[in-house]
Design a protein around this ligand. Sequence first.
Ligand SMILES: Cc1cc2nc3c(=O)[nH]c(=O)nc-3n(C[C@H](O)[C@H](O)[C@H](O)COP(=O)(O)OP(=O)(O)OC[C@H]3O[C@@H](n4cnc5c(N)ncnc54)[C@H](O)[C@@H]3O)c2cc1C
Length: 492
Amino acid sequence: MNDAPSQATTIDSAEVKHWHTETDVLIVGGGGAGISAAIDAADAGAKVIVLEAASEAGGSTALAGGLIYMGGGTPTQKACGFDDDIEEMYQYLLQASGPNADIEKVRLYCDRTLEHYDWLTRQGIVFKPEYYPEKHTNTPNEAALMITGNEDAWPDNTHAKPAPRGHKPQIKGDHGGIPLMKNLLRSARAKGVDIICDARALNVIKDGEMVVGVAARIDMQVRYFKARGGVVLTSGGFIMNREMVADYAPRLARGNYPNGNPNDTGDGIRMGLDAGGVGVNMDEGFICTPFYPPKQFVESIIVDETGNRFINEDVYHGRLGSAILDRPEGRYYLIIDSRHFEILSRPPMGGYPVAGTGESIEELEQELNLPQGALINTLTAYNQCAKNAKDPTHHKSPKYLTPLDQPPYAAFDLTVGNGAIFATMTFGGLDTLPTGEVITAEKQCVPGLYAAGRNSAGLPRCAEGYASGMSIGDATFFGRLAGLSAAQRHLD
Ligand SMILES: Cc1cc2nc3c(=O)[nH]c(=O)nc-3n(C[C@H](O)[C@H](O)[C@H](O)COP(=O)(O)OP(=O)(O)OC[C@H]3O[C@@H](n4cnc5c(N)ncnc54)[C@H](O)[C@@H]3O)c2cc1C
């Protein structure tokens, strides 16, 4: 076969005239999940090839902040003086994974969190034992540890004891994905893993029901790779594929900032579906409007077009983004008083334009065209909450309940379409067992096929509950299990 095979089907191995090469484990995609799979497959004694579409491996994982969700008393947590407990972490993550949580995966992930921490450090990853205490999207310095979700915000703080569990590989600023992937790639190469770049996997090859290889385009030619143990699909999510997003996840299409690398086009998901797998949780994803930093924005109030608050403003930015994209036709304003005006000199991270200013709250209310008296009532009630250090309606932590009583006032515009950033990425993917085995709608394994990372539906399953670190934690941990399963299938 010389022509490029159809993108919509699997290939029958009987049609393959010439195998380009054979290996034990063949991995599609060299990001966090794929390289973790490669390391553990190689450690088990398998010969491993990784096909990577880009000119260098790394994927979205290398672009990421690099936060990894781990707890239960990691050495970093302990060095920073935090007690944590695996049960508390489990309760929190179960809640964070939402109504579609895969309980088995959450359980296993928490039970092995300390082992995964050790594994990462064995690959050369360093976590500087320093805690960053402020609300931020990542640690702006080299500190490893911070709270990265809704752990200390209501109602999550009533379900589990809060603890900081976001671990960033050591680097200054928001680039933890770089040292993470640099170390994983170095480790994989040292173990003899062959990473072939500029190699785009196109189709899965089957022998009857069994997956036995992959066709890939390299140097404008289609080449056939045979896998004796299994094929592991780890080619990332599909946020860059507009058609798939429109079909599967229309809520994410309301965002204006697809968060990922250009190859987040869902190739592996499509290949897995063709091979008999089933997609789950396909409508869900991450939705973020980064309303902090600056941390002072957490002390603001956020109102909709009725002039009322609708959320505790100390939530993780994903929960606010999710609430807004649930009702994108609304108008949303973040309100500060003169105490916070230093913020006006710097553009906020979320890209919010100033919607109005007022010498008094009445003037601001008019400028924002809010119902008469609504904003005045909201602010009066909020200032009373601040005075009492208690927010009985929305349960914002007293830590952030600062009165807004120093005019003049200003409002930033968080309304969809007015300049605010709404970053999105997908959480849906192939249904898999914790071992990485891809399963059909009838819960039967597709023999020889494995998936992990955003090619699968893993821990992150819900925009409202998401915490930073769940994606890379999931990709690296379940990537390892998928690589090991494929290796063992061959070696057993
Ligand atoms: C800016 C940014 C910041 C983020 N910050 C965090 C964070 O701090 N913590 C966190 O947990 N998550 C974060 N995320 C999300 C997280 O990075 C991803 O969800 C996760 O890394 C996905 O891992 P993966 O291995 O599934 O995919 P990737 O790391 O994207 O790897 C997939 C690889 O497959 C390749 N590929 C695609 N198609 C093909 C094909 N047909 N053939 C061969 N190769 C192919 C791609 O080029 C890519 O290299 C962030 C994401 C972004 C974009």
